[in-house]
Design a protein around this ligand. Structure first.
Ligand SMILES: Cc1cc2nc3c(=O)[nH]c(=O)nc-3n(C[C@H](O)[C@H](O)[C@H](O)COP(=O)(O)OP(=O)(O)OC[C@H]3O[C@@H](n4cnc5c(N)ncnc54)[C@H](O)[C@@H]3O)c2cc1C
Length: 284
């Protein structure tokens, strides 16, 4: 069996894996040899399906928003079960990520003054969602993938399914998997590994997740003795098309749509427009 050696292995070529790759590059000034392994080519990762946008406090002086408010809304939305330090860190880091993505070319929608447009999503007490049309994930992925490629610092192994994490004495040593292009088993040895293999939406009969989101790495992690955290936090959406699983983004409700029951009565009016006016039109 062929054995490949790297300083760092990143398993997953979605938004998480590609962003981690950029972070490894910048933290090490490009000195660490790094492999990105993915069972599909990066641009087929599920991240391209993300539609609605990304939450960040961008113009607090205009919106009255703050990191603390973003963190509080996040913790409240998670029924106060959320890791509060993580929520605050997320709120503090999110604006930097938006500006980084702006710098590498993500075409954020703009308001009439030329600022990055912000809208409200579920649970937000302030408008806080930056978006690139209704294809935010696709736009971010294409710019981030191009950026990571321009760094010329990574070896990509696609169509490669990792089937085992190798941990010895509590330390990461590498991975073993199936190289589908070659039809053979290969192993990677590395000093560090980053698991960025996404969720497990396909566990459910009806889901908006694509076919590759099967979550097997979660099982391999347990087999290797790695603890999983907060597995009960699966995102549920109130609106999706049956049976295709196409999501009706919460952006629809942010723009004024609301849910009705079979009698035509409103069952959920989650968002008020800025200024407090209720949406005039009835929608999905
Ligand atoms: C319809 C929809 C809309 C969404 N909209 C939004 C939104 O508007 N805003 C938002 O913030 N979030 C949104 N989300 C959630 C968001 O898309 C995900 O949280 C995010 O894309 C996850 O990124 P990821 O890189 O962790 O995973 P993924 O993009 O799923 O990438 C996983 C990677 O791991 C690889 N992989 C998996 N298993 C293996 C294996 N065994 N061996 C090798 N490689 C493996 C895959 O090939 C892939 O490259 C949405 C989700 C859905 C379903």
């Amino acid at each position: 069996m062929e054995i490949l050696k790297y300083d760092v292995i990143i398993i997953g070529g979605g938004l998480t894996g590609l962003r981690a790759a950029a972070a490894v590059y910048h933290a090490s000034l490009g000195r660490l040899s790094t492999a990105i392994i993915s069972k599909v080519p990066p641009m087929r990762s599920h991240s391209i399906a993300a539609e609605g946008g990304m939450a960040a406090v961008l113009y607090p002086e205009l919106t009255g928003d703050s990191y603390e408010q973003h963190a509080y809304d996040t913790v409240k939305g998670g029924d106060f079960l959320v890791d509060q330090d993580a929520a605050l860190l997320l709120a503090q880091e999110a604006p930097k990520e938006i500006w980084f993505l702006e710098k590498i070319g993500v075409p954020w929608n703009r308001d009439s003054e030329g600022r990055i447009a912000l809208r409200r999503f579920g649970g937000m007490s302030r408008p806080r969602t930056a978006f690139a049309q209704d294809k935010t994930g696709l736009h971010i992925m294409s710019k981030l993938y191009a950026y990571v490629n321009r760094l010329k610092a990574f070896d990509f192994y696609t169509d490669f399914i990792v089937t085992k994490l190798v941990i010895e004495g509590g330390e990461f040593r590498g991975v073993v998997g199936l190289d589908l292009k070659r039809g053979e088993t290969r192993a990677f040895l590395a000093k560090a590994g980053i698991i960025a293999t996404g969720g497990a939406g396909r566990l459910y009969k009806f889901t908006t997740n694509s076919y590759i989101v099967t979550g097997e790495m979660l099982g391999f992690a347990i087999e290797a003795g790695i603890a999983l955290k907060d597995m009960e936090f699966v995102q549920w959406h109130p609106t999706a098309l049956v049976p295709s699983g196409v999501l009706i983004s919460e952006a629809a409700r942010a723009e004024g749509a609301y849910l009705v029951n079979k009698e035509g009565g409103a069952v959920h009016v989650p968002l008020l427009r800025a200024g407090g006016a209720r949406p005039a039109r009835r929608g999905v």
